[in-house]
Design a binder for this molecule. Sequence first.
Ligand code: URP
Ligand code: ZN
Ligand code: ZN
Ligand code: ZN
Length: 467
Amino acid sequence: MSSRTVIRGGLVITAAEEMYADVLIEDGRIAALAASHTPAAEAFTAERTVDATGKYVIPGGVDGHTHMEMPFGGTYASDTFTTGTRAAAWGGTTTIVDFAIQSVGRSLREGLDAWHAKAEGNCAIDYAFHMIVSDVNDETLKEMDLLVEEGVTSFKQFMAYPGVFYSDDGQLLRAMQRAADNGGLIMMHAENGIAIDVLVEQALARGETDPRYHGEVRKALLEAEATHRAIRLAQVAGAPLYIVHVSAREAVAELTRARDEGVNVFGETCPQYLFLSTDNLAEPDFEGAKYVCSTPLRPRDHQEALWRGLRSDDLQVVSTDHCPFCFTGQKELGRGDFSKIPNGMPGVENRMDLLHQAVVDGHLSRRRWIEIACAAPARMFGLYPKKGTIAPGADADVVIYDPHAEQVMSAATHHMNVDYSAYEGRRVTGRVETVLSRGEFVITEREYTGRAGHGVYTPRSTCQYLS
Ligand code: URP
Ligand code: ZN
Ligand code: ZN
Ligand code: ZN
């Protein structure tokens, strides 16, 4: 049975171009585009017509870094796949790539199966998985090949969190060598966790227990050092590398230097590093705990290097690292000891809007907004052009975006399952109005019309920046 929708009169924006066009959707895919008010466009017929005059028509956002229901610090990230993907849709994101976790002593397969079980039948939008590798051994390395073949084509390793997810340099190198062979992409949490743990102990011994010390011990230089080491190890292995959640200007400099040398290294940053700072970590009455994540927020003067990196393409992607913990009962676990505050911040619903605000503020062009939020993550993680663009044959994951609407971000109105907003009271210009996922209306003029279970698992090809 055929079902058709036409979206008329909006400004269609992709990473490549902008055009006033009508978009014809048929059976969940983009069927055709034609300049509005031309005979070709007027010939589009459909059961459902949406007037997008005065609005942007953009690809659904691709958030390449989320942690729904992640076990961490003795608790679980507070968004389930059900609540987190619904919130993502409200914010104009139609695909997430979440991190399945290998526990130490267990196989990759067990971890992946567990994440499939959490997600299946519960998602409002499409989803895929990266695999966190916390135990590099002969079996794990073999399993990496199998995962690449079945569409889990990227592997996160940690130079931080000794005793939890940490890999030493030898383990990093072995996984990188395997990725060089099987086409996988290594994603690196680049912080020198061994040195940081020493500084944590010393700070606590001095009685420095407040959230702001989280930012002080996780030093920018230790992010830069790990970034440098990861890049050089990947070079030795002949593997491409993607550095997640870059926050320090010194780390951006390492990326810039390596990319200028022609190294296949890519970088991601997150809205919290672009819009928040150590000023937030220093908020009194333990409020700073709301902003504890790793890598940590940096002093405000690091932000310009991140914006510059996004403009110069030394940073390619903005993901959220959405990993929410409620202030009450979860962040509070670290009262009196900042090292016990669960690491992570909410944001899956806010990313598209905050980056649109960056367009309004002159940091980014409109097309660069779509590139870093939709097209580049889709290419990086092997989902393009099914996801990340509006073009014939692509999935009809489409957002109708009102660039003039004003909104105030707040926990009182957001849809994430977390009791605070990291952006409480922030005014932004621009708002999602309608969201389609494979042609189905998930948000219809600011009303939720989706359903858990509409979203499907989406296997991925290998990184498309290399092929
Ligand atoms: O603080 C963070 N980023 N929590 C999520 C886990 C990670 O390291 O990405
Ligand atoms: Zn017309
Ligand atoms: Zn990380
Ligand atoms: Zn993360």
